[in-house]
Design a protein around this ligand. Structure first.
Ligand SMILES: [Zn+2]
Length: 228
């Protein structure tokens, strides 16, 4: 069969298709929601509202994306963010920009030691095949696609994710390592939307490399939206 890449089409399915928080992803302000282990969820965050992402166990990586509500072809871009921040890891107070170099989010709180990743792509079907899986393995790329499908949208691309709490140290020779998170239970990151945003969070289902803790056990994440 000829391989044809389609950014909006998952390579398999999981519960992400049925765990949307509402028909169009609009949240109830102040309510705490869950991203089930191994799944992805999308949420709309209006300009000025605050999105909190919580790591209840402290060991779980969140692959995070954000799209402009008015045009989802414009989205949070790690490559453009590297330029605007002169850094590969956002810190509190930093503005997070889109592929049009416009400010989409501001990171306003991070209770963790600030170790995150913007270098590696989200896991996907092909990655797990390369790691030796023969059956379908849940993956962040498909979770993004399904989370958007679940609120009536279609991924226009698979942007590089902001991997919250993911510990991928970059050495001076350019090599990277895959290590367990250094975050602790209850750590949270809070983003303020500077434009109307659709955020997508995937509780990374990686259980072969220790990016979700040395016991390789993917677990859930929590999130909520409140008025700014
Ligand atoms: Zn993943």
């Amino acid at each position: 069969m000829q391989f044809k890449f389609d950014p909006g089409q998952p390579d398999g399915e999981n519960q992400s298709l049925s765990v949307a928080i509402s028909a169009d992803g609009t949240p109830e302000l102040g309510k705490r929601y869950m991203v089930p282990a191994r799944c992805g969820v999308a949420v709309r965050v209006k300009r000025g509202q605050l999105l909190s992402v919580v790591n209840p166990h402290g060991t779980q990586v969140c692959d995070f994306w954000a799209f402009c509500s008015e045009n989802i072809e414009e989205y949070l871009s790690m490559e453009h963010l590297h330029t605007s921040l002169n850094s590969i890891i956002p810190k509190v107070g930093d503005n997070l920009v889109t592929n049009a170099r416009r400010q989409l989010l501001t990171l306003i709180e991070d209770t963790s030691p600030g170790v995150h990743d913007t270098v590696v792509a989200s896991c996907d079907h092909q990655r797990y095949q390369q790691l030796g899986c023969t059956d379908y393995h849940d993956n962040c790329t498909d979770n993004l696609r399904m989370a958007l499908t679940a609120i009536g949208l279609r991924a226009p691309a698979v942007p590089a994710p902001f991997n919250l709490w993911m510990n991928i140290p970059v050495d001076s020779d350019g090599s990277i390592q895959w290590l367990a998170p250094v975050s602790k239970p209850g750590d949270r990151m809070v983003f303020r939307a500077e434009m109307d945003t659709i955020a997508v969070m995937s509780a990374c289902p990686q259980d072969i490399t220790p990016v979700n803790g040395d016991d390789c056990e993917p677990v859930e994440l929590h999130f909520g939206v409140e008025a700014g």
